[in-house]
Design a protein around this ligand. Structure first.
Ligand code: SAM
Length: 284
């Protein structure tokens, strides 16, 4: 075991700097100071981070450290830190190492006796969860589902019994398929699709998965996070489920009261809920 306070003691320190997820005014004074104070800024994409730095009139030597070169770049960054240079690391948006590169760099630094500290900032998952209206006492962050449909289904099946609220990241070109698959595997749960967080067109679409899966995908542009309620012990029954069950019961020859009671038993739902739908849909 090794123990040393982060901001005192002889060992070098790598700063992970969270960056804005849209709204530049969310970049904290401490983050800006840390970057200004660094000798080198290592980053996921030098062009992207170069633009961010220039918006803040910061000119620094950038080091590219992304998914595909994290090992080699990590070695170089460790050597700079050991040499007494100040280095920080940032990804394109939000927290490094959260669905972004950074965790292998952190591991390498720790293995080399280099301390690590994170400069806080925005994170898409937590922004979305906090405003979703879904239970945030216990939650599970899943990040991206795999791109291939059969692998996505497999992962979703493994998540289906989880009681915690689930957080997914998704790209706009896959959101339509993902919403349909999440609905088909997890059943009809409450959910929230949070789009363009912190930006001018920020939007929270709250509803059940059945209705979210029918959204016109041309209206689902930009970056998004999907929050889905955890498993509550049984499949949630939608209004449409009740309507179809009533239709079947009536078609099968049952009269009003009998049909309602049959549907209540079959779907395990409250009588007044079925009665209301019966009145609205079937009583002429
Ligand atoms: N490291 C980032 C973080 O801490 O949130 C996440 C990076 S991950 C590569 C990018 C994904 O995060 C996007 O596909 C989207 O799911 C989510 N995301 C990032 N910015 C967002 C925003 N402004 N609004 C909604 N989702 C966002």
């Amino acid at each position: 075991m090794q123990r040393e306070l982060n901001f005192s003691g002889p060992s070098p320190i790598l700063y992970l700097v969270a960056t804005p997820i849209g709204n530049l005014s969310e970049w904290s004074p401490r983050a800006i100071e840390t970057v200004k104070d660094a000798d080198y800024v290592a980053c996921e994409d030098t062009r992207h981070s170069g633009e961010l730095l220039s918006r803040f009139n910061i000119d620094k030597q950038l080091i590219s450290c992304h998914e595909h070169n994290e090992e080699q770049a990590g070695e170089y960054i460790v050597s700079l830190l050991k040499d007494g240079k100040k280095v920080c690391y940032m990804s394109d948006a939000g927290y490094p190492a959260i669905s972004d590169p950074g965790s292998r760099l952190v591991k390498r630094c720790l293995e080399n006796g280099i301390k690590v500290s994170t400069i806080s900032g925005p994170n898409a998952a937590l922004n979305a969860l906090a405003s979703s209206g879904l239970d945030s006492t216990h939650f599970y962050f899943h990040g991206f589902l795999p791109p291939k449909s059969n692998e996505r289904k497999k992962e979703l099946e493994q998540l289906s019994g989880k009681g915690e609220t689930i957080i997914f990241y998704e790209a706009p070109h896959r959101i339509e398929a993902t919403l349909k698959e999440v609905y088909s595997v997890l059943g009809n749960r409450q959910a929230c699709l949070a789009r363009e967080l912190t930006k001018t067109h920020e939007e929270f679409i709250r509803g059940d998965l059945e209705s979210l899966s029918k959204l016109d995908s041309s209206t689902l542009r930009g970056e998004m996070v999907l929050i889905v309620a955890g498993f509550t012990g049984g499949k949630e029954v939608s209004e449409e489920d009740i309507r179809l069950a009533l239709k079947d019961a009536l078609k099968g020859g049952l009269k009003g009261k009998e049909a309602i009671s049959e549907v209540c038993d079959r779907l395990d739902v409250k009588k007044n809920r079925v009665y209301e739908i019966y009145l609205k849909e079937f009583r002429s």
